[in-house]
Design a protein around this ligand. Structure first.
Ligand code: ADP
Ligand code: MG
Length: 254
């Protein structure tokens, strides 16, 4: 049986990358904070278009506005000027309740310091987004289904043996895996990760990056990861740097 793929390696390499439409984009995004009479600019015209299924890394010095950009893109904060678009539709100017609903449905967030609730077990932490989304009664009626959903995701991130542990009984890498499971349990389309490896040693950081890459490749999850580690950042499809309030492209494998 001939290996068909091996017969035409050149042609295979020449296949253009699929051009996916913009999933999440920003137009002329500006953000400034006010201090007394002063306006302190942080974002000064950020233009980015993230394709569906893309893994984008953002690097930049501390204080360059990376977290601010992630928060504005994920509807945790509003831009001062400019627009945020989801699948081509503007979302930053929607009424607050619509924004909240959209944020909970579309985005998953992962942070440097995990933000797990200390008094809850790993499984309970992962279930919290579903408790918040559904009314108490709605949650109670479907609790078995939700528990199975949470356990499936915890298996995916390799935490099946830690379901009943409290966060303070976990390693840093395990806490971040739990936080990633929590960010995914409500099946978001876009994962926004702010320095997800910033509190971990290099080896554990690589493991977490590997997990994010698998989620991107196998589940088609769109990922935007902020990091100060250019080594980790380089394994994304595209690497951009936030500097002076604007983005510059450092590498683009697409
Ligand atoms: P990074 O994540 O790249 O370290 P941030 O987005 O956290 O940067 O912050 C960018 C700049 O905006 C910093 O100078 C910071 O002090 C300022 N900043 C962030 N949040 C606020 C806020 N709520 N009020 C005033 N200034 C802020
Ligand atoms: Mg930050």
């Amino acid at each position: 049986m001939p290996d068909l793929l091996a017969l035409e390696p050149t042609r295979r390499l020449m296949q253009p990358a699929p051009i996916a439409p913009a999933h999440l984009s920003t137009v002329a995004l500006e953000k400034f904070y006010r201090k007394g009479d002063h306006k302190i600019p942080v974002l000064r015209g950020v233009e980015i278009s993230i394709r569906r299924g893309e893994f984008l890394s953002i690097v930049g010095q501390s204080g360059s506005g990376k977290s601010t950009l992630l928060h504005v893109m994920g509807l945790l904060d509003s831009p001062s000027v400019g627009e945020v678009l989801l699948d081509g539709d503007r979302i930053d100017d929607l009424p607050q309740t619509t924004r909240d609903e959209l944020r909970n449905r579309v985005f998953g967030f992962v942070f440097q310091f995990y933000h797990l609730l200390p008094e809850l077990s790993v499984l309970e932490n992962v279930l919290t987004p579903l408790m918040i989304r559904h009314s108490m009664l709605g949650y109670w009626k479907r609790r078995r289904e939700f528990k199975a959903q949470a356990e499936e995701i915890l298996e995916k991130v390799g935490l099946t043996h830690r379901l009943k542990h409290k966060p303070n009984e976990l390693s840093g890498g395990e806490m971040q895996r739990a936080a990633i499971a929590r960010s995914l349990v409500a099946k978001p389309e876009i994962l926004l990760a702010d320095e997800p490896t910033g509190n971990l040693d290099a080896g554990t950081g690589q493991e977490i990056l590997g997990l994010l890459r698998n989620l991107n490749e196998q589940e088609g999850l769109t990922i935007v990861m902020v990091t100060h580690d250019e080594n980790l950042a380089r394994s994304a499809h595209r690497l951009v740097r936030l500097t002076e309030g604007r983005l510059e492209v450092l590498s683009d494998a697409a």
